[in-house]
Design a protein around this ligand. Structure first.
Ligand code: GTP
Ligand code: MG
Length: 543
């Protein structure tokens, strides 16, 4: 009998249907192989979006029988898939086979009233289930949260952490469902809009606990009205006009912010951050526990997510290296959840991609070569920027490079420890450094808006800190190679040693003490990564 409650973070919760289209690939084993997606980004997004539209979120009583619950819900239509999770209460995500079932469920639902308060009668797909009679329900089974045992080898701990912190199937479903619920709200104003997740929720680099970036896509509305109708006339909507796209964005988001604040079930802490470079509405979706950033007129970010998705899917070492570098940067406070002059995870990911393009033979292709592989269907121009690249993963040749992750990590530090940041910019479009067009300390060319720097916010001192730490880390890894030339299977992986205090202190530790310390350090770090809400969207800083 399957336990009724399966925590989102429980490794056993990866649902079977996820595995269907994800096959192992890559010649170097990193433990990431089984999660490499092989589908086109748009196929994956459309399928998940359609699933989410047939899905409801239900807050359940503490004690509930799974069988009775399913029997009750089946009255409204056949159920395709369901799971439970806990987040300040017990919740169920239920996916019906047909969209129509949602209507019958809504028709069988009433709006509660209390003596003290008045409900705003908004009929969403987020429900509250109550027991008619409180007795005789058997208590639910809890699955435990699996914390690592302290006597585990560090290597195992990291491997465990890498897989453990990946987004699970359930967590991904919940992300699409949350977007779909917000879409229902936005649809009150813009009936054909789509709310799409982007950023690390979909780019394959996401971790449990990462924020949920949402993009309100109004173009569908425009496209629908654009198709050709014969005759001598052209029909237009009467509209209001404002002086700029930015003002339009601000007005739309302002109204939606109000709407989420006043009517959005489970939406709390709504902040309208409309004067940022990229205006947004930030809020917490309480039931899912996600910190959400809703933007619009931000299509390029969706395309960037698609590009990262492709890079992440091409070789299993990409995500492993990105994970390691992000972990390292977090451990040394190079990144932060507070907006500021720090390097963002997005910039770090770009640096890893660039580095992997520079290997010989390259592990990743340049963006220009992905553009060469594109066919007519892939052609895409957004606001005058050419965003064309191949979308079909099977058309990209796998890399011949067989370097190990450990070597790559060391080389990454070495490469950026010696990079001429004062002269050169990082450019994943061409896969080679170029002269910096301005004096920003760190210049990473925005791959699609090529006149912009995605790390414009980074200060000279933050860059220096990055360089110093990269050099020190390269040195530590070099030392380890010299100290222990033979790589034994239980040897702590290089990254672990980088999370320890700097080398001299470490040498004075007894082995046992050092191991214990390292386990604690890694555990704390991973916990903080997991809970880390968002590395600022750089909405306030440079593009
Ligand atoms: P997390 O730290 O896990 O949230 O990673 P993320 O990739 O989701 O980053 P974040 O939430 O900060 O930003 C979401 C997406 O917005 C990114 O994936 C990028 O596509 C885009 N983005 C973020 N920062 C910038 C930037 O400075 N410039 C541009 N052009 N896009 C950005
Ligand atoms: Mg994000």
């Amino acid at each position: 009998q399957r336990p009724i409650v399966r925590l989102l973070s429980c490794p056993g919760t990866v649902a079977k249907d996820l595995r269907r289209d994800e096959q192992p690939s890559g010649s170097v084993e990193t433990g990431f192989e089984d999660k490499i997606p092989k589908r086109r980004f748009s196929e994956m997004q459309n399928e998940r979006r359609e699933q989410a539209q047939r899905t409801v979120l239900i807050h359940c009583p503490e004690k509930i029988s799974e069988n009775k619950f399913l029997k009750y819900l089946s009255q409204f239509g056949p159920i395709n898939n369901h799971f439970f999770y806990e987040s300040f209460g017990l919740y169920a995500v239920v996916e019906f086979c047909q969209k129509e079932s949602i209507g019958s469920l809504q028709n069988g639902t009433h709006t509660p009233s209390t003596a003290m308060e008045t409900a705003i009668p908004f009929r969403s797909r987020f429900f509250n289930l109550k027991l008619k009679n409180q007795t005789s329900e058997r208590s639910r089974v809890r699955s435990s949260n699996q914390l690592p045992r302290s006597n585990k080898q560090l290597f195992e701990l990291l491997c465990y952490a890498e897989s453990e912190f990946q987004l699970t199937e359930e967590n991904t479903k919940l992300r699409y469902l949350t977007c779909s619920l917000i879409e229902d709200m936005a649809a009150a104003y813009f009936p054909d809009c789509i709310v799409r997740p982007f950023g690390s929720s979909v780019n394959t680099f996401g971790k449990l606990g990462c924020d949920l970036d949402m993009f309100l896509d109004l173009d569908e509305t425009r496209n629908l009205s654009a198709h050709k109708i014969s005759g001598n006339f052209l029909m237009e909507f009467q509209v209001k006009n404002v002086p700029s796209e930015r003002i339009a964005t601000q007005k739309i988001l302002s109204v939606l912010g109000e709407c989420l604040d006043h009517f959005g079930p489970g939406c709390v802490g709504v902040q309208k951050i409309l004067n940022a470079r990229c205006p947004l509405v930030r809020f917490s979706h309480q039931a899912s526990g996600f910190q959400c950033d809703l933007t619009t007129n931000n299509r390029i970010a969706l395309t960037s997510s698609e590009l990262l998705y492709i890079y992440g899917a091409l070789d299993s070492r990409v995500r492993a290296l990105v994970f390691s570098v992000r972990c390292w940067a977090r451990a040394h406070s190079l990144t932060s959840s507070i907006p500021g002059a720090w390097i963002t995870n997005f910039s770090l990911t770009m640096m890893v991609i660039f580095f992997l393009q520079r290997r010989s033979p390259p592990i990743l292709p340049t963006l220009d070569s992905l553009k060469t592989l594109a066919d007519a269907e892939d052609k895409c121009v957004i606001e005058g920027n050419n965003c064309t690249f191949v979308r079909d993963l099977s058309r990209i040749k796998p890399s011949q490079n067989t370097e190990t992750l450990e070597l790559l990590l060391k080389e990454f530090f070495e490469y950026f420890g010696n990079f001429a940041f004062d002269k050169n910019s990082i450019n994943i479009r061409q896969g080679r450094e170029q002269n910096k067009p301005d004096s920003s300390p760190l210049y990473i060319q925005n791959p699609f808006e090529t006149s912009l720097n995605i790390s414009k916010n980074v200060s000279q001192s933050q860059l220096q800190k990055f360089v110093d730490l990269a050099r020190e880390s390269a040195w530590i890894l070099q030392q380890e190679d010299t100290d222990r030339p033979s790589i034994s299977s239980n040897r702590p992986w290089g990254l672990v040693s980088l999370l320890l205090p700097s080398a001299p202190n470490r040498k004075s530790f007894t082995k046992k003490k050092s191991n214990k310390f390292a386990i604690e350090t890694v555990k704390n770090l991973l916990e903080s990564l997991k809970g880390n809400r968002t590395e600022n969207f750089t909405k306030t800083s440079g593009k």
